[in-house]
Design a protein around this ligand. Structure first.
Ligand code: SF4
Ligand code: SF4
Length: 190
């Protein structure tokens, strides 16, 4: 149902316009002065000196999860590539050395110039091997090729950046790595 909004008629002072113009200028001046002298109160940030606060749940740059032995958890099933609406994931598989696992990933590329950061690849992964919780939202590169994340860059993350994530702590460099290796009967190196 349409709602009619009745405009308040202007009084004679407002109809002169000069006072309303001065009032508008005063508002502009107040905001300009706040930007000059009290800019820390502004709802904006002075990028790049100030960086935006990014939550862990924000869909940022991808990372591939690692097992305790340092190998990617990805089993090269291709479900993330199939789910990707932008067709920006390229995967090559090879036979796994582990008899319990059929395949392992040989090549894993994500083109971040084409990616729309929808997160469907993360949802599609059956083994939680792909995440977008890096909080990295700024992509600066000189060439188009550098925007393509590969297996090496996707697995080069530091467990110290994920202190609250138990699964990340099981990866090499994580606080639970040695413990996880013992539990799984693997050789303890760290
Ligand atoms: S976030 Fe979306 S567009 Fe980007 S790789 Fe994943 S599925 Fe494809
Ligand atoms: S990241 Fe997950 S969905 Fe994609 S190929 Fe690897 S295991 Fe499959």
């Amino acid at each position: 149902m349409a709602r009619v909004i009745r405009q308040r008629p202007m009084n004679w002072v407002e109809r002169l316009y000069i006072f309303e113009a001065i009032r508008g200028l005063w508002t502009t001046l107040k905001h300009a002065a706040r930007g000059l002298f009290r800019y820390e109160e502004l709802p904006t940030i002075s990028y790049p000196e100030g960086q935006p606060e990014v939550r862990r749940t924000y869909r940022a740059k991808h990372r591939l999860m690692l097992r305790a032995d340092g190998t990617p958890r990805c089993v090269a099933c291709g479900m993330c590539a199939a789910a990707c609406p932008a067709h920006c994931i390229y995967i090559e598989a090879t036979a796994s050395d582990d008899p319990r696992i059929e395949k392992k990933v040989k090549r894993f590329d994500i083109d971040h110039l084409t990616c729309v950061f929808c997160g469907l690849c993360v949802e599609a992964c059956p083994v939680d091997a792909l995440r977008m919780d890096t909080k990295e939202i700024i992509f600066e590169h000189r060439t188009r090729d550098e925007f393509v994340a590969n297996l090496q860059t996707l697995t080069s993350w530091n467990p110290k950046d994920y202190p609250d994530d138990a699964q990340s702590q099981v990866a090499p460099g994580g606080t639970k790595n040695a413990e996880a290796r013992k539990v799984w009967g693997m050789e303890v190196k760290n």
